[in-house]
Design a protein. Structure first.
Length: 610
């Protein structure tokens, strides 16, 4: 997982897409990016602001759209190997392969990827592995076949498997994670004059399972230190350890999604519109106190149209209707306008003005509803909001989050060599979902003490230096985020540079207090140069610096975050690329708050095309 955020909205409120379609397998709205196959990534697009009108529930802060290469790559074979090593010699390895075929007008692509990860440690000398050892496999295919001169068939398929294991604090049990995700998407494409139509049917399934087991190694418990090894050893421990009795705590989440979509591009005055619908279901099961199986069904319809009214002005409007058997229905509209003026200051430059008004929507996830952590060595137990109501029915039912967002800003572009972008944003969020402590003097807390013995939801005191308390999920009234973004990039000759700065203020309107985990200042600087060594050899040198200020947890302001990354890349013609880099070069870290782990990391990436 990563600390992804857009305009002050954390990763629970940012939607991850692959080729414009939602990725299943989120936990509390969070998709583990480490479970995605990235071997075929062509580019990554980031769209900011509430976008639930088109994409799906959860896009309150924006979307990150990962665009893959599809069948556009030429026939042949390519392989890519990425290896990362941290100071403790724990490694992460990713090895991907692509094979492209073409016979006549029909083209096909197959890709296969293997990923392994040794895990890493929060503190030196501590026995717990904080990031689990992992092995994963990904298989993908793409087929493109013309049927007539104006009609073609495109087919995409993907299968993703992940297995992971993390040792517990007392070294006698393991947390086991299993993820299975696959998708199919046939599409028909038709061209008539300057109008292009695409009709697609996307089907996806995902299963996520987490369970605990005792681990028996003859007459003793295998020490976690022995997992500090190469990826081969990590793989062996995942697939071959001896399991003892399974502990209570099985959690299983299954998701299904079917999307029918029609896209139309072109026509008079450059009309582009998208319409379609989603049908999905989610099932959550736990053998702990959550009460067995929970089900949810969701249906939605969406439409969006973009039209150029006159050469400098275009208008975009969209709406999404969403129905949930748990929360009823909701409408999420969006309206945006863009004006473009050319040759403003010099030839071939342009000035773009953008403004948008949109509504966002996000329903509570299964974790926020039914998560339970009955035992804790740090005197903190967690119970989901809906699960809490099972034992304390006087507690209010969780409500979906609803947001209203406004963005406004200009952008200046000159010859693809200079870009200056400024954006002002204002977002108000109602019914914000947050983990909050339960008042020890409340009726709810006393009820939990009566139902569960110390060490369960009573927050039994194991560590005498940590106070006793219990947390749950609740709607915390209204949240307002106001901020501004500035970005500029420049290319001249063999040099390139970019600078981005974001300033934001996030507060609970009811109490007037600033929100936790929201920095006030974010800065990123990148500098790169291409050095031509003669012939097909080109050396790329790059360095980047990131800075964060004003982040805090509860009443504590965290230290400023500084991070320096560097990379050297050698490109030989168009077929071979070798990159060597260092992430977190200064080894800046704050292990207490998990902001930068595991510290300095060296990586090597090589890619060969045949």
């Amino acid at each position: 997982k990563c600390s992804l955020s857009i305009q002050g909205m954390d990763r629970r409120r940012v939607l991850i897409l692959i080729d414009g379609r939602p990725v299943l397998g989120s936990w509390a709205g969070i998709v583990d990016l480490g479970t995605l196959s990235l071997g075929e990534v062509k580019r990554i697009e980031v769209v900011k602001g509430p976008l639930s009108s088109l994409y799906a529930s959860g896009a309150i802060g924006g979307v990150v759209n990962i665009i893959t290469g599809g069948s556009s790559k030429p026939p042949g074979y390519s392989t890519s190997l990425l290896c990362k090593v941290d100071p403790n010699w724990n490694s992460s390895i990713g090895w991907s392969h692509r094979i492209g075929f073409k016979r006549g007008d029909t083209s096909m692509r197959l890709n296969f990827e293997v990923q392994t990860h040794d895990g890493y440690y929060l503190r030196s000398g501590e026995d717990q592995v904080n990031s689990p050892v992992m092995i994963g496999y990904s298989i993908g295919t793409n087929l493109h076949r013309p049927l007539t001169s104006s009609l073609s068939l495109n087919f995409d398929g993907a299968l993703n498997l992940r297995r992971a294991q993390r040792k517990g604090l007392n070294l006698s049990y393991a947390d086991n994670f299993e993820l299975d995700r696959f998708s199919l998407c046939p599409a028909l494409r038709c061209s008539t004059g300057n109008v292009k139509l695409t009709l697609s049917l996307y089907t996806a399934r995902c299963g996520l399972e987490n369970y605990q087991t005792y681990i028996e190694y003859e007459d003793r418990v295998k020490r976690v230190d022995e997992l500090r090894s190469r990826s081969f050893e990590a793989t062996k421990n995942i697939l071959g350890f001896e399991k003892g009795e399974q502990l209570p705590g099985l959690r299983r989440q299954d998701e299904k999604l079917t999307r029918l979509e029609l896209q139309v591009n072109g026509g008079d005055k450059t009309l582009r519109w998208v319409t379609g619908g989603d049908a999905g279901s989610k099932v959550f099961y736990s053998d702990n106190i959550s009460g067995g199986e929970q089900r949810r069904k969701e249906v939605s319809l969406f439409a969006q149209a973009e039209r150029t009214l006159s050469p400098p002005l275009s208008l975009l409007g969209g709406i999404r209707y969403e129905y949930s058997d748990a929360y009823g229905s909701d409408l999420s509209p969006k309206l945006a306008v863009m004006g473009r003026m050319r040759n403003v200051f010099k030839e071939r430059d342009s000035l773009i003005l953008r403004a948008s008004l949109s509504k966002g929507y996000r329903a509570p996830d299964f974790k926020e509803l039914y998560y339970d952590l009955p035992y804790s060595t740090k005197s903190m137990a967690i119970i989901g909001g809906e699960l809490l109501r099972k034992y304390t029915p006087w507690e209010p039912k969780l409500k979906p989050e609803v947001s209203l967002g406004i963005t406004l800003g200009p952008e200046y572009i000159r010859d693809d060599r200079l870009r200056i972008y400024t954006n002002f944003f204002w977002t108000e969020l109602w019914n914000a979902l947050q983990f909050v402590p339960i008042d020890p003097n409340s009726r709810t807390y006393r009820r939990l003490l009566d139902l569960f013995p110390r060490g369960k939801f009573s927050g039994g005191r194991v560590d005498p230096d940590v106070p006793e308390y219990t947390r749950t999920v609740a709607n915390i009234a209204r949240v307002r985020v106001i901020g501004a973004e500035f970005y500029t990039s420049m290319k001249t000759g063999d040099w390139s540079a970019s600078l981005s700065y974001t300033s934001l203020h996030a507060e609970d309107i009811t109490t007037g207090e600033r929100l936790e985990g929201k920095p006030t200042d974010l800065l990123k600087i990148k500098l790169g140069r291409a050095v031509r060594l003669g012939g097909p050899l080109t050396l790329h040198i790059g360095v980047s610096y990131r800075y964060s200020h004003g982040e805090r947890v509860r009443d504590e302001i965290l230290p400023d975050l500084h991070r320096l990354d560097a990379q050297l890349s050698l490109k030989i013609g168009s077929r071979y690329l070798l990159s060597v880099g260092v992430q977190n070069l200064t080894d800046e870290k704050n292990v207490r708050h998990l902001r930068q782990l595991p510290g300095r990391t060296v990586y090597v990436l090589t890619n060969i095309d045949f």
